[in-house]
Design a protein around this ligand. Structure first.
Ligand code: ZN
Ligand code: ZN
Length: 326
């Protein structure tokens, strides 16, 4: 799923505007106090206390060897120092005032970052533990179904011969309209096989990349499921293959059929483990409210207990997760 695969891209770091370094905010920046000390001693500002980015401009020296911004650095730091102290004073004053009025500092009620209930946190949130477990099991079952129906059932693996088509296909430097051709599968990003392949949502969908050899040239096609889904959907009801995929944009390339199955399909054991860390990451970094509408239908659709004697229990858990049966 995209939110998991691209998790590092969204990491945001906060920088201290005073010194340019990360790890603290302006209120607790140690640089102004150090600079004030240097000024008192009659020394020049210590440029190394700033981030590299700030140093680029602050370290410039004139012909006389003096820092060009010598005075303005000290002035800026003096202002920052004063600002920090005004803040500390203001906090103290507020505290004193409330104390005089007899107001006791309110104890913050802890609430769970995942489910929002009070009295526990993520670490001992039963709903979260169940949610991760259910997603993991649904995902493993999805991989199992993918394997049985598509890999073993239709022979989709490296070496398979595919009938391909595309509205637009770029080959040998130019675009071909209404293209069709034959390709041999040379590589599949197997570790991406997960329930996200059934989602069209930008943040939650997963992308399977398939390398194919067409006329001696190598291409990478992504989620080429449209034709397969269409062929296996009757009166809006998805069949066993269509159920595994979401219909993508009609713009991309399509697998029209598998002309010859692979003779070299991966073993089931090898295939069954995989894509396991995503669910825990999502539960720890998102809250139930954000992810419920996207992920609970996947549990309902692919969990191995959706039928059989544990179906009632699963239904109860799904209700806890906010699954909407409508
Ligand atoms: Zn700082
Ligand atoms: Zn909770």
């Amino acid at each position: 799923m995209k939110i998991y695969e691209q998790r590092d891209k969204h990491k945001r770091t906060t920088y201290c505007p005073t010194c340019g370094n990360d790890g603290h905010m302006w209120m607790t920046c140690p640089v102004p106090a150090k600079m004030m000390e240097l000024k008192k001693q009659g020394k020049e500002p210590d440029i190394s206390l700033f981030s590299h980015w700030y140093q680029n401009s602050y370290s410039k020296r004139g012909n006389d060897g003096r820092l060009i911004y010598h005075d303005s650095i000290f002035r800026t730091m003096e202002n920052a120092y004063a600002r920090q102290h005004r803040r500390i004073e203001a906090r103290k004053e507020k505290k004193d005032r409330l104390e005089k009025l007899g107001v006791k500092p309110r104890k913050r009620k802890t609430s769970c970052g995942f489910c929002g209930d009070t009295g526990h946190n993520r670490r001992n949130c039963e709903v979260m533990h169940n949610f991760i477990d259910d997603l993991g099991r649904a995902s493993q079952n999805y991989r199992k179904l993918f394997y049985e129906r598509f890999v073993q059932g239709m022979g989709f693996a490296e070496g398979a011969l595919l009938a391909l088509s595309a509205n637009h296909w770029r080959a040998t430097g130019k675009w071909h309209e209404d293209w069709s051709g034959i390709g041999i599968v040379t590589a599949i990003s197997w570790d991406q096989v997960n329930m996200g392949l059934t989602l069209g949502d930008w943040d939650y969908k997963s992308t399977l990349e398939i390398d194919v050899l067409v006329d001696g040239h190598s291409y990478t096609i992504e989620n080429p499921w449209n034709a397969l889904v269409e062929q296996d959907t009757i009166d809006g009801k998805k069949g066993k293959i269509a159920e595994l995929f979401v219909e993508g944009s009609s713009w991309g390339s399509r697998i029209d059929s598998i002309l010859a199955p692979s003779e070299n399909i991966p073993t089931e054991e090898w295939f069954n483990d995989g894509y396991t860390e995503c669910w825990e990451w999502i539960a720890k970094n998102k809250n139930l409210y954000e992810v419920s509408s996207r992920l609970t239908p996947l549990i309902a659709k692919f969990h191995p207990s959706r039928r059989g004697r544990n179906a009632g229990k699963l239904k109860k858990r799904l209700a806890q997760y906010g699954y909407n049966t409508k």
